[in-house]
Design a protein around this ligand. Structure first.
Ligand SMILES: Cc1cc2nc3c(=O)[nH]c(=O)nc-3n(C[C@H](O)[C@H](O)[C@H](O)COP(=O)(O)O)c2cc1C
Length: 215
């Protein structure tokens, strides 16, 4: 297992995959766990994921992918479409508390009620502020980040994709009326030998440009 700094230095956005190399079922299950186990504000987990690996699944999703991103999907082993909830209704919020109780999170009824109420007030606050969709999308991006780094830790390459037609993706996935919105996509697999992006040095702003200490 590589250390996290090394993974951060080596992870990169794959532009071309070796289409002959497939992620094993076992490894893909692990990748899905990185998504499922991701943290979110008040443990709200406002996400849903559609996955695919077959040509049929790729053909299904490709109409929402612009030309420049098509190879990232076609040559990949697997893809994950990342969706965020556009509403957090009472039933869904209650289901989180039920699951947390089942998972043994509450030492007392009082704590259960406090956590349930805290989660509902945060969710309602964002609803009232009118930024619920942005809030849930932020949480979904955390899951996406976990997937990118988790994959890299396993030697699996990835491509985060925002360059897609979200409305078209919603239409293809039939999300209208389901309280979900597509926010991004990740393709996964193993880099092609001639993926020029794999040899390009990483470029980031300097420490001085992005950090100030308040000590
Ligand atoms: C949210 C997000 C969306 C991105 N969308 C695309 C995309 O649609 N197509 C693509 O080729 N790269 C995409 N990228 C890759 C970025 O261009 C890349 O992360 C950035 O240039 C830094 O390079 P690195 O990932 O190789 O370190 C995206 C990255 C992020 C984080």
């Amino acid at each position: 297992m590589k250390d996290f700094l090394q993974i951060s230095k080596e992870r990169y956005t794959t532009k071309h995959y070796d289409a002959t190399k497939k992620i094993s079922d076992k490894d893909f299950e692990t990748l899905l766990e990185f998504l499922r186990l991701a943290p979110s504000a008040v443990n709200v987990q406002p996400w849903y994921f559609y996955t695919g690996s077959t040509q049929k699944a790729k053909d299904f999703i490709l109409p929402c992918i612009p030309d420049f991103n098509i190879p990232r999907v076609e040559e990949s082993s697997h893809f994950v479409v990342i969706c965020a909830r556009t509403e957090l209704n009472e039933d869904f919020l209650n289901s989180l508390t039920v699951k947390e109780e089942k998972d043994g999170r509450f030492p007392s009824e009082k704590i259960k009620e406090a956590i349930d109420s805290h989660r509902k007030s945060f969710s309602n606050m964002h609803k009232d502020l009118g930024d619920l969709k942005e809030w849930t999308a932020k949480q979904a991006y955390i899951a996406m980040t976990a997937l990118l780094y988790g994959a890299a830790s396993m030697g699996i390459d990835s491509t985060p994709i925002e360059g897609m037609d979200f409305d078209k993706a919603d239409e293809l996935l039939g999300l209208k009326g389901k309280g979900l919105k597509t926010v991004a996509m990740v393709t996964l697999g193993y880099r092609s030998q001639d993926d020029s992006n794999s040899t390009r040095p990483k470029s980031r702003l300097s420490k001085a440009q992005v950090f100030s200490s308040l000590d």
